[in-house]
Design a protein around this ligand. Structure first.
Ligand SMILES: C[S@@+](CC[C@H](N)C(=O)[O-])C[C@H]1O[C@@H](n2cnc3c(N)ncnc32)[C@H](O)[C@@H]1O
Length: 265
């Protein structure tokens, strides 16, 4: 687990200090005042891996020389493509419709959840679970604080409910058929994630593989489908008993789909 202290940017105002203090409490981390120190000096002084910084612009975790903060990633482009009538492979794999209730068990930076929230609309529900407290907090704070010129993106972001939780516990507590689609996008088991050029997400995120027990719980909870995203050709599909589908011919990812009883093919 990554360790960090929480502080503010240089020349922060009262509200940033207050926000940083509150965040430190939520994250059970130490709040320290900035006192003109550099990130590198603070890492050394407090013997931590990183520093979480609240500034007027955004809240970021600086770790391993990289900055981690919420940004909608490819979500804006994907929403634009959907509006232009193009097929989004995740939406197709999920069989998403307006009004659907989606449980995204691996929220991460929430790109997939944002696209799902765009499609399911005002009458849909998108709940995102994230087990790493810093990721859940940065995404929640980033989603509330950000202003987007793209109105559809802003509306989709506002629809997402971020919950800090381990899907293994959360799924067990859910009643049967309480969501339409349950989605997993675990950290990929092989390839780039082991490269030396690991992005901050790869340093921070929980890399645990999806278990067949969790998949069975998800199957109980979903009315339509359980969908798992993985690298195309990943042995994970066979291990989980899922046939690899969708993703597009050129895509590096594919989707394993478990249609639940009554879920249309
Ligand atoms: C590959 S990322 C998901 C990316 C996301 N689909 C997106 O569009 O940004 C996987 C995320 O799932 C989280 N995760 C892993 N195991 C989890 C668990 N048991 N419960 C909740 N979240 C988990 C990781 O910490 C990581 O943030």
């Amino acid at each position: 687990m990554v360790s960090y202290v929480v502080t503010t940017a240089h020349q922060a105002g009262y509200s940033q200090s207050e926000q940083a203090r509150e965040l430190a409490v939520v994250l059970r981390a130490q709040y320290v005042s900035r006192d003109d120190r550099s990130i590198a000096d603070m890492v050394k002084e407090y013997e931590v891996d990183g520093v979480l910084v609240v500034s007027r612009q955004r809240t970021s975790l600086f770790v391993s020389g990289q900055e981690f903060f919420f940004h909608p990633g490819m979500a804006a482009l994907r929403i634009k493509a959907i509006l232009a009538g193009k097929t989004d492979q995740m939406v197709k794999a999920m069989g998403l419709q307006e009004g659907d209730r989606i449980l995204d068990c691996t929220l991460g930076l929430a790109s997939d959840a944002i696209v799902a929230a765009h499609v399911t609309g005002d009458h849909g529900t998108v709940v995102g679970l994230e087990v790493v407290p810093a990721i859940a907090a940065l995404v929640r704070v980033g989603m509330t604080g950000a202003r987007y010129k793209n109105a559809r993106l802003a509306v989709a972001i506002r629809r997402i409910q971020v919950i800090e939780a381990d899907y293994r516990d959360y799924l067990r507590r859910l009643p049967d058929k309480s969501f339409d689609v349950v989605y997993f996008d675990p950290m990929f088991r092989s390839g780039v994630q082991r490269s030396s050029n690991m992005g901050p997400m790869r340093v921070l995120a929980d890399p645990s593989p999806l278990s067949t027990d969790a998949l069975a719980e998800a199957d109980r909870v979903a009315t339509k489908a359980v969908v798992v995203k993985e690298r195309r050709g990943s042995p994970e599909f066979a291990r989980l008993g899922l046939s690899e589908q969708g993703g597009g011919r050129q895509a590096s990812v594919a989707y394993g789909i478990l249609r639940t009883e009554g879920g249309s093919p």
